[in-house]
Design a protein around this ligand. Sequence first.
Ligand SMILES: [Fe+2]
Length: 380
Amino acid sequence: MAGIIAVGDVAFDRHTALVPPGQSPFQDALELFSTADILFGNMESIMLPSDFPKEFIAKNALCSEDHVANFIADAGFDIMNMASNHVLDCGRAGMEHTRKRLESLGVRVTGVSKRNFSPHVPVFCDLNGLRFAFLGFLEENNCTHAAEGDRISYLSGEKSVELARELSKQCDCLVMSIHADMEFQPAPSLPKVELCRKLADAGARIVLCHHPHCPQGVELHNGSLIAYSLGNFHFRIDSYLKTGLPYTSYAQALSIEIGEKGNILSWKRNHFMIRNLELGRPERTSPEESAQIEGYCRGLDAILADPQELRKHWHSSSLEYFKQYWDIFRKKEADEFLQNDLWRIWNQENFNWLAGIRDWTERKQSEKFRNKPAEEHHRP
Ligand SMILES: [Fe+2]
């Protein structure tokens, strides 16, 4: 038997990296973390040495100085996924420095590789007679370019499913970490759900997802556990909350008990709250708060069990995304839109929302057709 604890996005910037000596930004979670055999998280930001030239830092880069690696190692993190959309915010140099800093402190890294190594080689760890394999993936078209990222583990549909099939034969419990999908939505897109279920069917015993910045539901699919979004865990969220997204402050640590054959025995959400929006730290919740958040999360689980509800959410998320871009388009000159925003759509966003719009339109058309009187269908 073994226990895994997994959290979502862990990110530091210059502000959140300022922690008084002797304190941990994960203070309120340390007691829980100490109960984990394996502690896993998603590394959403980049670490740079203090002499890194400022001119090479991208305008919206999510990065901090590299002492934050000590906070992560001291909190007991064993494995961090680095395949996130911010991995190239400070170029390859930033990616490489972050990986090296974490590994130098004993934190193992998945999702990116050393030069001349495949990023699809998982982190193996043997524990209590069980062999675990952890492999992180990043959805393409999400800030990064595949052409520049041969050392980043990109998610690629059937190829990733095939990889799950192969790797599951090499371990007792395959854990896949997926950084993907539309942000700030309470439910995953249908293509994401289909892919995660395929990965599970192919042998992934646990699928841990992140990137939406808010929690989404958890389901057991043919004995495998899929957590569609673990949300933020350590993340400065002041700008997100200003845009009316309260669920970005729900931080959770998912405890999973693994049985003798690598099977899922049980799972549980442990709730925290990011109360200080600028500091972004996970803080304890009262029993009442925990019960209220758990109730909300169970509602999210229920969406996953209802195919119609899931499709409805995907369509409304897609329309929301479409409206956002439509508004940008309307307010700008075509030239400016083509130069600044079309690039963003093309390079930063996954296309699940576009597929959602297409699916929604097709359904509307077929409904219209079905609802017409029969003679109208055959009118010459
Ligand atoms: Fe992300």
